[in-house]
Design a protein around this ligand. Sequence first.
Ligand code: NAG
Ligand code: NAG
Ligand code: NAG
Ligand code: NAG
Ligand code: NAG
Ligand code: NAG
Length: 481
Amino acid sequence: MVKYVFILFFSFATIVPCLLANIAYYDDVWQKRAEEAKKNTLEAYVPNPLETDEDADSQSMHIGSPPPTSMGPSSSTGVVVIKGGDNNNNSSTDQTVPESEVENSGGGDSNTTRRGLRQGKTMYRGPCEKTNPIDKCWRCRRNWSTDRRRLAQCALGFGRKTTGGADGRLYVVTDNSDDDFLNPRPGTLRYAVIQREPLWIIFAHDMNIKLNKELIMAGNKTIDGRGANIHIAYGAGITIQFVSNVIIHGIHVHHVVPTSGGLIRDSVDHFGFRTQSDGDGISIFGSTNVWIDHVSMSNCTDGLIDAIQGSTAVTLSNCHFTHHNDAILLGASDSFSGDQFMQITVAYNHFGQGLVQRMPRCRWGFFHVVNNDYTHWRLYAIGGSQHPTIISQGNRFIAPPEKELKQVTKRDYAAESEWRNWIWRSEGDLFMNGAYFIESGNPSLKPRPAKKFMLTPKPAVLATRMTRYAGALECRARQPC
Ligand SMILES: *[C@@H]1O[C@H](CO)[C@@H](O)[C@H](O)[C@H]1NC(C)=O
Ligand SMILES: *[C@@H]1O[C@H](CO)[C@@H](O)[C@H](O)[C@H]1NC(C)=O
Ligand SMILES: *[C@@H]1O[C@H](CO)[C@@H](O)[C@H](O)[C@H]1NC(C)=O
Ligand SMILES: *[C@@H]1O[C@H](CO)[C@@H](O)[C@H](O)[C@H]1NC(C)=O
Ligand SMILES: *[C@@H]1O[C@H](CO)[C@@H](O)[C@H](O)[C@H]1NC(C)=O
Ligand SMILES: *[C@@H]1O[C@H](CO)[C@@H](O)[C@H](O)[C@H]1NC(C)=O
């Protein structure tokens, strides 16, 4: 949830009607950032991600045979139920999959809702494996620690252009303290993220960082936790507000709580007064080109990740989410039409133990949910309101045991007469334990995603394998990561 603070700031109120997110006083600097952010959003936005000019045939979104079963009215209402169930052990794709690629524990042929690896705190100790296209780009190279910026070439999906601090120096965080918000000490994470120049931020050693106020990031930054065990916990979270080009990789974010407002420096040449923070793990607000990869997130007071206020060109990948109610919110307001520009890829994540809902919950924009593994939910997995477009491909959904919780999808605040026109598609998803996805939108419309913007889905039987290393990795210098 996002707190809305409407502030009338002389006549500027009409220029930026949608103020909030803890900016207590909308001064000239924020005003300018907001305007610039709006420009960035429009520039990054891809008008028709489902249309392609070239190679339309090879870019068809079909990754296998048609869904296993469809029930209910399909042509007249635009609503289709796609369900799995006890006699549907196989994936709904007929694509041939090399046997070596299929996960042997719970990889689609069993009813297990548990996974052998990466549950709880157990770390995998076997040889390095690259199991999805993003990881293939950089993982398992011995020289990852001397070639860290390689990662900047690896983003895919809508956030594919994100390079973070690749053009800048390495900055090594040596100090885990956070007690001066106006003049942060050199060596702290807060000092690093407010710099004007691009920076690739790494950590000298393992650290628990308790942020005493929101960490407000400037653009062109990478926070790269590889090589250290970094926990941002028991304090405020990370705020990416009206900036562009940010990578967050390889850290743990959990037990984020609301913290008091006050004066916080948000760049070397500006500070401002903030209201109390919400307790979001990572808050992406009016920002473009943001890539969150291999982050382990759990148990924050508000959302784990919020991307709102026209944030676009965002990819959330390889994350491991656990123990949380409202996991991911993409668009916070039914009345803020600027969110129609949101284009977000959610790929290769493991939605695991103790999750309840919003994986993600979407509004207005375009959301590509591909090759994730959904092993737990207590209400629903994917939901939304305000006619979001949701393309779900190659995911595995394991429903909870209760009969009434089998539905993957949830439409909020809309009558069926309204939502049946929303484009929600499931293609090649694997449904287990009775999970089912209610599709909507004109069934004769065959959305064709543009490869350039959207990840090519792999068969859903591979989802477990592709997400096997989701969350922060344990990397050691000179060894494959
Ligand atoms: C799958 O597991 C659930 C929970 O243990 C159980 O209720 C259900 O009957 C199982 N289904 C099959 C096909 O084994
Ligand atoms: C599952 O896949 C195997 C091999 O592709 C096939 O032989 C079998 O008939 C399939 N079973 C179902 C229920 O589709
Ligand atoms: C599905 O798998 C279960 C055990 O994994 C097996 O007992 C059952 O016969 C299978 N059903 C089909 C249709 O293949
Ligand atoms: C790192 O190793 C890869 C091969 O594993 C090589 O292609 C690349 O050039 C190396 N990078 C650097 C900076 O040495
Ligand atoms: C980030 O880098 C780009 C390209 O170098 C530059 O145009 C832009 O102004 C930078 N943004 C910030 C916030 O420094
Ligand atoms: C989150 O952490 C708090 C404090 O440690 C704990 O009381 C609560 O049960 C946790 N919530 C979940 C969903 O795990």
